[in-house]
Every structure is written in C-alpha cells, then in structure tokens.
Design a protein around this ligand. Structure first.
Ligand code: H2U
Length: 351
C-alpha cells in the first residue's frame, strides 16, 4: 500500500474552532476547467465619483449628505438589516412558543464604514497609517455599539468585489450589532471555552505555537501578528490574521499592536492582489468576544478572509453540490496556497 501523502491523497481535515470538517482532494488540481469564467472587473476608477453614495459630500439614498471626511467615516446603514425599535414579545424573547416554529425578535443596528475618502483605492493600496485609522474606527465602533445594553455581539466585516455581492467599489465595510450571538461566533466561542477549560490556554495560542514551528502555512508575520492559511481552510486562499498575544477583543490591543495589525492587513491584502494581479475579492471579518459584559478569557480574536478565486482573476471556486449537501471540499492544499501567497512579492503590482 502507498504511504499517505498530504499532496496526493484525499483526506478530511478538522476545524477545531467550528467543530467541522473539510474534504481535501489535492489530486484534483489537474482537472481541466470549461465552466464559468467571471469578468475581470474594470479597475480604472476616478478618485472621486459624483454618483457614488460613499464619496465625501455626496447624497445618499435616504437624502442625507456625507460630510467632506478626510480619512474614515461611519454612518447608520440607510437600509439596515437590524432595527433598534423595541417590540412587545413574550417572556424570554420568544414570539412563538411552538418548538417547531420558533421565532425570536432581534434588535440591533447596522453601520457602514468608509475606509477612505478616495473612490479609487482599496485596503492594499492604502498606507499602514491610513489603515490604522480604519483599525481605530473599528475599535471605537466595537466599544460604542457594545456598550449599548441591548447589543451583545458586534460583527465587523467587509465584502470586497462585485463577485462577493459588494454593491459599490468605494472602499468600505459594514458592522452589524445585535442582541444575540450569531451562529459562527457562537460555535467558535463554545469550542474555545471547551479548549480553555481543558488546557488553561486559548485554542489559538496553542495553534499559533504549532504553526510557527512548522512554518509551512504562515504567509507573513510581524512582531505582534501572524497571517496564515489555516490547516482547515475551506476557500482556496482562505487566511486568518491572529494576534500573537491572546486577547478577547480588538479594543484590548496596545497602540503598537494596533499599528502592527494595520501593517499585517496591508501586507496580506497586497499579496492577495498580487496573486492574480487583480483587486482580489473576498468576504472578511473579525470574530471576537461578545459584548455581554462578561470577561471571555477563552476568546482569542482573529480576522478571517474568505476569498472565492481559485485559479485566476476570473475562475472562482463554487461552493455547490457536495459542499451544499455534505461538507466543504477543496482541491489545492492549504500548504500550497500559503506557499503561493508567500512567494508573490510584497510590493503592490500597481506600483
Ligand atoms: P455592501 O457593498 O457590502 O453591500 O455595503 C454597502 C451598504 O451600504 C449596504 O448595506 C448601504 C447598503 O444598505 N447603503 C446605505 O446605507 N446608503 C446608501 O445610500 C446606499 C447603500
């Protein structure tokens, strides 16, 4: 019998953060592709677009006018998915007591975060100092939203690129803050609590120690942060930015850590853009401790990136068939993906 090889043989990998599995089929990378090819989005935007609802001084859909902001700007989403209004409901928040038709009213609010007044840039084309302002705004929003008594969880995220459903190329992200803890962070919370209770250290501290020893999945690192392709990555070039120091929330960062985080964000997204010389699309977001007033020592916050591109600027990975019905599957291994991201230059291709 042939000996097992990570690069040749189909295998399953376990994600200890979400208690789930991914099927890895490395032998399949040779398969020809005659399926859908996405259009490479045009990338020649002006610095200011008079029709953009996020550019400074422009009117938004609800009639409000954006200020002439100089760096970052946050406002309440005019089409918010969550509303602050209180609604009368039964004890425990259940609107319907029927176990098979459960309904819970959800209070919350949604914010839009502009990363830059310039219409023509994205995070990798901004300086570390400029990205640091985004980091500071995320921290301020997390603190302000989290301080509200009806907000127990704050989800910071970014959809980048039309392929990810992003409605406007102006650099921006969103924040949805709500009363409940949504499923993904809740799963991660349960796993981290279990691990911390058994080991007295955060799951990601031990994971980072092992990854830094092996090095094969590390993309970049600096004094305070590591960006790596996780062992259990589902998307072809999925990555995770993790602080070396175990911290429950982004507001726990020191000044130096905030700058180091901005720096690693810049470096990772530059490598993403350089991979296929395109503005690399993704959905990314920060998973961190709930804002329910508890300490959450088991939480180790991190920033996850889920990019859909697979083999070029125009061929993406589809999460269909087996992925929808069984569990996620990938062809290129996380180690191969990390190596490719390491090998591209750290200087943005447009420079
Ligand atoms: P996305 O590109 O990720 O969809 O985020 C843009 C958000 O901006 C989206 O949620 C909001 C949309 O509701 N928006 C406004 O708040 N005001 C506007 O004038 C247009 C879009």
């Amino acid at each position: 019998m042939t000996a097992f090889s990570f690069d040749e043989h189909p295998h399953r990998r376990y994600n200890p953060l979400t208690d789930s599995w991914v099927l890895v089929s490395p032998h399949r990378t040779k398969r020809p592709w005659q399926g859908q090819v996405e259009k490479n989005a045009a990338d020649n935007r002006p610095t200011y677009d008079p029709t953009c609802y996020l550019c400074p001084t422009n009117k938004r859909a609800n009639g409000d006018t954006n200020p002439d902001y100089a760096d970052v700007y946050a406002f309440d989403n005019d089409f918010a998915a969550l509303l602050v209004d209180e609604v009368a409901h039964t004890e425990g928040g259940n609107v319907s007591p029927n176990a098979l038709f459960q309904v819970k009213h959800e209070r919350g609010l949604s914010r839009v975060i502009c990363f830059s007044p310039r219409h023509d840039v994205t995070l990798p084309e901004m300086t570390t100092e400029q990205i640091r302002k985004v980091v500071d705004l995320w921290c301020a929003e997390y603190a302000t939203l989290g301080a509200k008594d009806f907000i127990n969880y704050v989800q910071i995220f970014e959809n980048k690129g039309a392929i990810m459903g992003c409605s406007n190329p102006h650099p921006h992200g969103q924040i949805w803050a709500q009363a409940s803890i949504p499923d993904e962070p809740f799963k991660k919370q349960q796993a981290q609590i279990r691990y911390f209770e058994q080991n007295g250290r955060t799951l990601l501290s031990d994971y980072l120690t092992a990854e830094l020893e092996k090095e094969e999945r590390i993309v970049i690192k600096n004094e305070h942060f590591v960006a790596l392709v996780p062992f259990w990555a589902v998307w072809p070039f999925e990555a995770m930015i993790v602080p070396l120091r175990a911290m429950a929330r982004i507001t726990d960062m020191t000044d130096a850590e905030k700058t180091a985080y901005a720096n690693v964000l810049r470096q990772l997204t530059i490598r993403y853009d350089n991979l296929f010389e395109t503005s690399f699309p993704y959905s990314a977001g920060i998973h961190q401790a709930p804002t329910d007033g508890k300490e959450h020592t088991a939480w180790h916050w991190h920033h996850s990136f889920y990019p859909p591109l697979l083999r070029s600027a125009t061929v993406k990975k589809f999460m269909v068939g087996y992925e929808m019905l069984a569990n996620p599957q990938r062809d290129i291994t996380p180690e191969q993906a990390a190596r490719r991201l390491r090998e591209v230059t750290g200087e943005h291709y447009k420079r």
